[in-house]
Ligand binder design. Structure first.
Ligand code: F0G
Length: 365
């Protein structure tokens, strides 16, 4: 599929989103690029999940810390360094904190990370990342929404802090580059973009990216937006904050999305929808992606496919339409979920016959 303005010129090694997209980002002039070469993630066509649509997956789990957050974090931390911040702070359900910890290490700054305490509140791989990168990790007695309120108040009182949650406008600036890449990869915007929604920053960022590319003539159109929320944490579907959000997709267990206003405006302009998907539907999409598409994402990411299937079923997305599902985070983030969803592995002697007995029935002699 040719790009709107002809073939993409040959390019050198990918330099990360700050340097690749600097002229399209509102970063302070002269800001350094704090980069781990994030972005440039693959767009993989669906083989079996498409249900008659032309479905593609944007594999954001291939970013340096395994989620889309790295796009926004690179830009936010570059801005923080330009402004002389002395430390980074954020609240997180796990991915923002993993990314903040990595970019803080890269920038040589301390990071203070507030995540909800409790079993299953944050997937283990994400905790491991924050700890490995040497951040100060605080397990907050409360949910994500409460942790975010606390770090916002702390950052307000501390001019030397850089708050790197998506309420920081540079986060959305960075994350809009996902939309730029989708347009470059498809030659134009798709008919629909399906994306999981938690704190509602990413859907807002994608919308900004698509609008800017249409404005500048680099895309002919913008997509319709489908924002997928977990049924137990779906304030944008119900129109009400959720006091006690609940879903196994812990990344999007959020009851008061900080960017709700932006996401609502985006979905209205895009003639889009917010849809709630049950945990059962999320798990079905999660296992299907891994077993039928070879794509291992985390449960929150699978909500995008569950949302697509629901919209396809409802006739909102129709046969032949081109659709991109954003798979926001890598499956390795949440190894416990993967293991819980699968049959227990077999154990056998180190013996060829014992191994062969483990083959599927039709392959045994
Ligand atoms: N998918 C994953 C894997 C996420 O980690 C998040 C958000 C989302 C989707 C939703 O994106 O918040 O911009 O609507 N994770 C945040 C965090 C809240 O702290 O890591 P959103």
């Amino acid at each position: 599929m040719p790009a709107p303005h002809g073939a993409t010129p040959p390019r050198g090694p990918w330099r990360g989103v700050v340097e690749e997209f600097r002229r399209d980002l509102s970063l302070p002039a002269g800001a350094p690029a704090i980069s781990l070469r994030e972005g440039d993630t693959p767009l993989v066509p669906a083989l079996r999940a498409g249900r008659g649509a032309d479905l593609h997956f944007k594999i954001e789990g291939q970013n340096p810390t395994g989620s889309f957050k790295d796009r926004g974090m690179a830009v936010a931390v570059s801005g923080a360094v330009a402004e002389g911040a002395r430390f980074l702070v954020c609240a997180s359900t796990g991915n923002t904190s993993a990314s903040a910890a990595a970019y803080a290490a890269r920038a040589g700054l301390p990071a203070l990370l507030a995540v909800p305490a409790g079993d299953g509140a944050v997937a283990r791989g994400k905790l491991a990342q924050a700890l490995a990168f040497g951040a100060r990790l605080v397990l907050v007695r409360g949910n994500f929404d409460q942790a975010l309120a606390a770090v916002r108040a702390l950052a307000n009182a501390r001019p030397d802090a850089a708050l790197v949650n998506s309420v920081n406008p540079l986060r959305l600036e960075g994350q809009k580059t996902g939309a730029f890449e989708v347009v470059a990869q498809l030659g134009d915007a798709p008919d629909w973009l399906c994306i999981p929604v938690g704190n509602a920053g990413n859907i807002s960022a994608y919308w900004r990216g698509f609008c800017e590319y249409r404005q500048s003539g680099r895309a002919r159109r913008v997509p319709r937006l489908l924002g997928a929320q977990a049924a137990g944490a779906a304030p944008l579907v119900s129109g009400q904050p959720v006091e006690h959000p609940e879903t196994l997709a812990s990344a999007i267990r959020i009851g008061r999305p900080a960017s709700a206003h932006l996401a609502r405006a985006a979905v209205a302009e895009a003639d889009g929808r917010f849809l709630a998907v049950t945990d059962a539907a999320i798990l079905e999409a999660y296992t299907f992606l891994a077993r039928q598409e070879g794509l291992f994402c985390e449960p929150a990411s699978a909500a995008a496919l569950a949302g697509f299937w629901a919209a396809r079923e409802a006739g909102l997305i129709i046969e032949g339409q081109r659709v991109v599902c954003v798979l926001t985070g890598n499956g390795l983030k949440d190894p416990e979920r993967a293991i819980a969803q699968a049959a227990a592995p077999l154990e056998a002697e180190a013996d060829p016959a014992a191994l062969a007995a483990a083959l599927p029935a039709e392959l045994r002699d």
